[in-house]
Design a protein around this ligand. Sequence first.
Ligand code: NAP
Length: 266
Amino acid sequence: MKLGFLGGGNLAASMMRGLRAQNASCDMLVHDVDPERQEILRAAYAARPAAAAALTAEAEVILLLVKPNQVSGLLTSLQGHDLSGKLLISTAAGIPLRFYSARLPGAARVRALPNTSSAALRAVTGLAAGGGVSPAQRETAAAIFSALGKVLWIEESAMNALTALSGSGPAYFYLLTELMAEAGAALGLAPATAQFLARETMIGAGRMLESGAENPAVLRERVTSPGGTTFAALRSLEADDLRAAVRRALAAAAARAAEMELEFGA
Ligand SMILES: NC(=O)c1ccc[n+]([C@@H]2O[C@H](COP(=O)([O-])OP(=O)(O)OC[C@H]3O[C@@H](n4cnc5c(N)ncnc54)[C@H](OP(=O)(O)O)[C@@H]3O)[C@@H](O)[C@H]2O)c1
């Protein structure tokens, strides 16, 4: 399988690392506007630097891994190339599949939204297929993003909700970790101690979620004795309506994703 990476930034590097770690037998080509990035990826992952046109002609799967505001310029440079039979996968948040079908007819199209835990190869990626994606191409797309962590096929109509939950989600957990460290320091712990405790607690809770068959509500109930310290803290969070605050936050993220889709899909 020949994979062409258009954009050789953070995500491309994580994907290449994951694919090489899986010993995937794929030939990787990369094109980035910065030749130094290409050289780094060649040295680290044996990705072959290529001009955009050559990459597009040679690769069977073309991965668009540039920022959303760079996609349009990149697609313009690809116009006129025959993409029939190829699979085009874009990870640019907020750009709907119809944006690509209008500009690059012929290619089968998949929209992918990993999250930044890709750097630790622990991402969860939502995949949405456009028309004309064959079962074999679906398998290929899932296999590529499995190198970054877990994958989940969804309808494109659910992409904004997924963006709000898992796409932006790592930042919510970072914020909670920061806030817990600040609160611990306010209770008199040394700031470095509070940070260490907050971080390790978050990691440990994540591991519990990962290893247990139980859902988070069961895990929470198990560590909450009536009348105890956790009970007091959770009651305080409920009184402050954390549930509603989280709902509003995810709704704000989904609304912003919908606005971006309108901007790009018009
Ligand atoms: N990183 C993640 O885990 C993650 C998660 C979810 C979604 N995404 C999405 O995936 C895409 C890539 O993310 P990233 O973090 O890898 O971004 P990034 O680090 O900025 O990488 C993009 C690379 O593409 C280069 N580039 C720009 N225009 C180009 C062109 N016309 N031809 C070739 N290369 C070009 C950029 O160069 P310059 O820096 O010089 O512009 C940069 O090196 C973005 O749309 C992002 O929103 C990423």
